[in-house]
Design a protein around this ligand. Structure first.
Ligand code: PEP
Ligand code: MG
Length: 434
């Protein structure tokens, strides 16, 4: 029997590249002694949670209005590379741990979560390439077979558009499909039907950061009603074939103890009034997932909301939980939410992302995988979705290449898996109490 050739790291390098908003971000490249390599680009959020790991920006260097990432790039080239070179790339947990130790802070503010994650993801890719395995199989093993339900963000508001919608994401969820490919087709047909309908009604068809339309509308409700009309116009049944998911990103609306809808009616609502509002929306509309229905500091409000609504809808903590196992443990202990949003750059390593997924699985919480509003052509999260079998993911809408890249990667994976592939469907969504 021949010995397995080693996969020692021979070089790690980084450069500044651009994200989908035209802002700089970090790309890392890891090369191994067998000649294989891995490359990864980190994304960037706009409506970020306060407890996210720190994205290091240059701030005062006069480039890109302070948004440059040359410090993060230098941290990879000068600080991380010397520590990791010579070590085996398939020791992901050890290497991620070493980077965290080298950083030495609770929130990765010294090296930058953007620096650490770029290397962490590039290491995974390099190791997968060394073992000649697709990324989803290297990460997920032989059980990686479940294709996620795509949640397409077809109307953008909040921090992702400069219109008058308070809520950030209005998504369609094509769950009644035999395959991922068919679900994407249903989603894109509805997206195009929505474009036609907006144009017919004299509404704008320009798009927001995540590729959804960003029209000026009378109310948040009107966005939902337009989408329901579009689903029917495309020939599908709202709630049966295609349901709705919302991310109102309410941390952005928090004011004192309440939430101000400053873009529409300007009313300040209490947490209880917000919960009443969501309950009335659940009564009226086929919504199966609500993300950040209350703000990141409103744990008391979340407890009540979870008691009232977790039996009816998936309640996802994004800003509240920040892909952070410690915050997720608190949610589990307090009976808050029944699902966690998974964004690798909120926590900063592949290892800690997988730890958060494991914790969620152990306690019956859903894992809802997510892109960021500032994305790139990197498709790591598409493979990650299949690897962890999370069953549902959001990655924007189908007219921006950085979002389409993820759909296309999932189409490739489904095709490659052939008869082994299974589409998650509606069962992927939690409707149970925490
Ligand atoms: C994807 C999101 O937006 P951002 O990347 O701006 O945080 C979100 O809030 O879920
Ligand atoms: Mg969110």
């Amino acid at each position: 029997m021949s010995a397995q050739p080693s996969c020692n790291i021979v070089s790690i390098s980084a450069i500044e590249v651009l994200d989908s908003r035209g802002n700089p971000t970090v790309e890392a490249c890891v090369v191994l002694n067998d000649g294989t390599s891995g490359r990864a680009i980190v994304p960037s959020g706009a409506s970020t949670g306060n407890r996210e790991a720190v994205e290091l920006r240059d701030g005062d260097l006069g480039r890109y209005q302070g948004r440059g990432v040359l410090k993060a790039v230098a941290n990879i080239n000068d600080l991380i590379a010397p520590v990791l070179i010579g070590r085996p790339a398939d020791e992901q947990r050890r290497l991620d741990h070493l980077m965290c130790e080298l950083d030495g802070t609770d929130n990765k503010s010294r090296l930058g979560a953007n620096a650490i994650l770029a290397v962490s993801m590039a290491l995974t890719r390099a190791a997968a390439s060394h073992y000649r395995q697709p990324l989803y199989r290297y990460l997920g093993g032989s059980n990686a077979h479940l294709l996620p339900v795509p949640c397409l963000n077809v109307i953008n508001g909040g921090q992702h558009a400069s219109n008058n919608l308070d809520f950030q994401e209005f998504k369609i969820v094509p769950h009644h499909a035999p395959s991922f490919a068919e679900a994407i087709r249903m989603g894109e047909e509805t997206f195009h039907a929505l474009k036609t309908l907006l144009a017919e009604r004299g509404l704008g068809t320009g798009i927001g950061d995540e590729g959804g339309f960003a029209p000026a509308l009378k109310s948040n409700e009107q966005a939902v009603e337009l989408i329901l009309d579009a689903i029917e116009a495309a020939g599908y049944r709202p709630g049966e074939d295609i349901s709705l998911a919302l991310d109102p990103a309410t941390s952005e609306m928090a004011e004192g103890d309440g939430y101000r809808f400053s873009r529409s009616d300007n009313v300040l609502r209490t947490a209880d009034e917000m919960t009443d509002l969501w309950q009335s929306w659940l009564d009226r509309y086929p919504i199966i997932l609500l993300e950040d229905p209350l703000g990141e500091d409103d744990w008391a409000g979340w407890e009540t909301l979870t008691r009232r609504l977790a039996g009816r809808v998936e309640l996802v903590g994004d800003d509240l939980l920040c892909t952070n196992p410690e915050l997720l443990q608190r949610a589990i202990d307090q009976g808050v939410a029944n699902s966690v949003l998974i964004k690798p750059n909120q926590i900063g390593t592949v290892t800690e992302t997988l730890e958060c997924v494991t914790l969620a699985n152990r306690h019956g919480y859903g894992c809802y995988l997510s892109h960021r509003s500032g994305e790139s052509e990197d498709t790591f999260i598409a493979d990650l979705a299949v690897a962890i079998g999370c069953g549902h993911m959001k990655t924007g809408s189908g007219c921006r290449s950085e979002r389409v890249a993820k759909f296309n990667q999932l189409l490739r994976i489904e095709n490659e898996l052939g008869y082994q592939a299974r589409f998650a469907g509606r069962d992927a969504f939690r409707t149970r109490r925490a």
